[in-house]
Design a protein around this ligand. Structure first.
Ligand code: AMP
Length: 295
């Protein structure tokens, strides 16, 4: 395993792997502070690809001015130990200037699907995501890139930019990994104290209520959203930012639900921490979320 810090070194290693060794490359982009959610992506990359690259880069352009960029958890030593165990070939952990050289001025914006949900609450967030993903794809030129359903809107944006900008990369989406409590794993869970962690289970409880209502025949999206809202309101430490009920592929708002896949997504503040989660209803070949034991 090699840790690469320079963009040029990463490009040339990847070029050599592709050209001289004729091997496939899998890229798992992350911001580090790795947990089982990330590791599930890495395992699948390991299974599918000859060479696995995991990028660890806390991307400043996807954080708003009042967000947690400075405080975002960073622990490259621990991340390296975890990735070594999974037989990763390369960790790409670039310094800021390697991704954003002096005078950087070019951004990628995926129109339409970037503006609602997370995009509405975090203006500029997806411009940062689309830009860094484009840069990483250009450096590594992966055959496959792996993303988590936990960030549902991000998966749509990455798929769209891959198609629109003609990247020769297949996007692989993997299910959300959860604790037994239902809480989706997230690097930001590290911000939660014990009470908040318990309170944070309300996100998944709220989504389950919505799922149950749908199963019992509810097809009115406003009423489904109301189920989510009222469940979140039962938790005094939680404050709902948004809940949305949309077409899972286009993020179009739905009034009446039919047989199309439906994304129910929400963002909730628990204390000072903002968490997101989602479920998809009606997905034909949907893989179930994964639950892991946590100590
Ligand atoms: P991040 O480090 O938060 O940027 O996440 C890196 C990748 O891991 C993204 O594709 C996320 O969607 C994915 N990811 C984060 N949390 C989870 C989770 N609980 N289950 C599955 N994938 C996840």
């Amino acid at each position: 395993m090699e840790i690469i810090n320079r963009r040029q070194r990463m490009s040339s290693v990847a070029r050599k792997v592709r050209r001289e060794e004729d091997k496939t490359i899998g890229l798992v982009p992350t911001m580090g502070a790795l947990h089982e959610g990330h590791l599930s992506l890495v395992r699948e990359a390991r299974r599918m690809c000859d060479v696995v690259v995991v990028s660890v880069f806390v991307n400043p352009t996807q954080f708003g001015p009042n967000e947690d960029f400075q405080h975002y958890p960073r622990d490259l030593t621990k991340d390296t130990a975890l990735l070594t165990e999974l037989n990763v070939d390369y960790i790409f952990a670039p310094a800021m200037e390697e991704i954003y050289p002096k005078g950087f001025a070019t951004y990628v914006k995926v129109e339409g699907i970037s503006d609602q949900l997370e995009g509405a609450s975090r203006p500029g967030h997806f411009r940062g995501v689309a830009t860094v993903v484009t840069i990483l794809f250009n450096i590594v030129r992966p055959d496959f890139a792996f993303f988590g359903q936990k960030d549902a809107q991000q998966t749509l944006i990455v798929k769209r930019l891959t198609r629109d900008l003609a990247f020769d990369t297949e996007i692989v989406i993997l299910p959300t990994v959860r604790e037994e409590s239902g809480l989706a794993l997230s690097s930001r869970n590290a911000y939660l104290d014990e009470d908040e962690r318990r309170a944070a289970t309300v996100l998944y409880r709220a989504l389950r209520t919505a799922k149950e209502a749908y199963k019992n025949g509810e097809r009115n999206s406003t009423r489904i959203a109301d189920w989510v809202r009222s469940t979140v309101e039962t938790e005094p430490r939680a404050r709902l930012d948004y809940v949305s009920v949309t077409d899972a592929d286009t993020l179009e708002k739905l009034e009446k639900l039919d047989d199309r896949p439906v994304l129910i997504a929400l963002a909730v503040h628990v204390g000072k921490t903002r968490l997101i989660d989602n479920v998809v209803l009606n997905r034909a070949k949907q893989k179930e979320d994964v639950t892991v034991k946590t100590s």
